[in-house]
Design a protein around this ligand. Structure first.
Ligand SMILES: Nc1nc2c(c(=O)[nH]1)N[C@H]1C(S)=C(S)[C@@H](COP(=O)(O)O)O[C@H]1N2
Ligand SMILES: [Mo]
Length: 489
């Protein structure tokens, strides 16, 4: 009786240890969209090899649930084996148990190597599962070393089961989040943007190609700065995504992704910047955005005369509000694309707002799901109660990209170069001063639009010594300087 009970206990602990392993392996599989958990890899191989007669039988009998049936069968087999593993492990036959765990791990790893787009790394979820199962078993047995008092033995058992249960739940939750991310990544990769109905000409040759160290005309998406209040990026599928326009409007509207895409699409070259960008900082970037007109959408929803603020809401709870009056034909957009790609998840997939000339924290809501028409004296965006101004046009700023502040350069001919921006006013002139020499007017790169930065450079041939470089940028509408930064190295 007692030994039967112990065998049952051992078996159940084996199952629990395997669940810990599987949930961790599953979380691991979420780290890359081509990786699968061991159960799915094994299932894939069964589907590959099972005779077609059995496949047809399964489809006939279980219909669309045939996959679920296959997966459940594998799970049942694995649970059965885990029960046996636990029974042997906890009855002093550790080696047998280890051999079975190893065998299953090897089998699942081989299965994973045949998954579509697999690499050697595809075995990681299976290996994780095997190792985690093994170490959990070992940890359990250490914790359950028979103690003289039966009472404490029972307490130990509760503790072990509790800890393993919590670990399984936590790893399962993590796996869900990661897998959702992976599946939205796949969805996004499969998505494509048709040519914009109003497209921009191909950009001119980038002066950065000739000037080492100068920022490229467009900032590549992977290098584009990111500011997020959320800990992890929301993973929103366009299948379920909707954009609502409501609040102080007489004609509230809801759009699906497909409905938005049917509207007139256009391109916008625009430099966005974070208000927290410090002199010389990199919280600024230039992109060719692709999207639809925000002005039109808002006009169609008929804001009431009381409304004076357009507030974007994100699924992550972030909000940003800007003046309704800023929708003055300056090409504010709901962006669905960035630099020729579907909007990256990090930058707001599936949709975000871009308003030229306004700082990101009052306008550029990522993972946008709702646009509310409201009033500044009634509602405040995320950063306003935290001390930031509700009105936030981007200031005229400039940056020296090269030579880099504080770095030593070789004497000899080179360039001093950088970028200057003043969306939507545009940059007309940049002047550079080296030490006590007179101000020199820099050569300016192409002006894509008044909303974008302009690259600038001057030739320079330093002899050895220390130099301070100062900079002023002038905007189109005024001739006096609006910003300056000084460099010392
Ligand atoms: N949902 C959401 N949108 C957001 C933010 C955020 O934290 N959450 N940050 C804003 C800020 S402060 C800036 S400067 C820009 C940055 O956009 P990027 O991360 O695509 O560069 O996004 C804005 N949109
Ligand atoms: Mo920002």
């Amino acid at each position: 009786m007692d030994s039967r009970r112990n065998k049952l206990k051992g078996g159940l602990l084996g199952v629990l240890a395997t669940l810990v392993g599987l949930s961790l392996g599953n979380a691991m599989a979420g780290l890359h969209h081509t990786w699968n958990n061991p159960i799915v890899s094994l299932g894939n191989r069964v589907v590959d090899h099972v005779p077609s007669a059995i496949k047809e039988f399964a489809i006939r009998t279980f219909g669309v649930n045939d996959k679920a049936f296959l997966i459940s069968t594998i799970v049942i087999v694995v649970i059965g084996l885990s029960f046996y593993i636990g029974r042997t492990y906890f009855s002093e036959r550790e080696l047998t148990a280890q051999a079975i765990v190893t065998g299953m791990t090897v089998a699942a790893s081989i299965a994973a190597l045949f998954d579509p787009h697999s690499t050697l790394f595809s075995i990681l979820p299976s290996v994780t599962t095997g190792l985690a199962t093994f170490f959990t078993l070992r940890w359990m047995s250490e914790q359950l070393q028979t103690s003289p008092e039966a009472d404490s033995g029972r307490r130990d058992l509760f503790r072990v089961v509790g800890v393993a249960g919590v670990a399984t739940l936590a790893a399962t939750g993590l796996g869900k989040i990661l897998q959702q991310h992976a599946s939205v990544q796949v969805e996004r990769i499969k998505q494509f943007l048709p040519k914009a109905m109003k497209f921009l000409p191909k950009p001119p040759l980038d002066p950065a190609l000739r000037t080492p160290g100068l920022s490229s005309l467009f900032t590549p998406n992977e290098k584009f700065y990111r500011i997020d209040t959320a800990l992890s990026t929301p993973n929103i599928s366009i299948e379920t995504w909707k954009l609502e326009i409501d609040g102080m409007v007489s004609n509230p509207k809801t759009f699906t992704y497909a409905e938005l895409m049917k509207r007139e699409t256009f391109e916008l070259d625009d430099t966005i910047s974070c208000v927290s960008n410090e002199v010389g900082g990199n919280l600024v970037g230039n992109a060719r955005w692709y999207g639809i007109r925000l002005d039109d959408l808002i006009r169609e929803s008929k804001p009431t005369s009381r409304a004076d603020q357009v507030m974007g809401h994100s699924t992550d709870g972030f909000t940003a509000g800007f003046p309704l009056a800023a929708l003055d034909g300056r090409d504010a957009m709901i962006a669905l694309g960035m630099n020729g790609e579907v909007l990256p998840i990090d930058h707001g997939y599936p949709a975000r707002i871009i308003v030229p000339g306004l700082y990101g924290y009052v306008s550029a809501t990522k993972w946008l799901t709702r646009i509310e028409l409201t009033r500044f004296d009634e509602k405040q965006g995320y950063w306003i109660p935290r001390g930031w101004s509700a009105q936030a046009p981007i200031k005229t700023q400039s940056r020296i990209d090269t030579p880099f502040d504080g770095f030593t350069v070789k004497p000899g001919p080179r360039a001093i170069a950088g970028v200057a921006w003043a969306p939507t006013r545009g940059i007309s002139k940049v002047e550079v001063k080296i030490g006590k020499e007179p101000w020199r007017e820099a050569t300016l790169g192409p002006e894509l639009a008044k909303t974008t930065w302009r690259q600038w450079w001057i030739d320079w041939s330093p002899t050895s010594g220390h130099y301070q470089i100062s900079l002023v940028s002038h905007i189109w509408s005024l001739s006096n300087f609006c910003a300056s930064n000084g460099w010392d190295w």
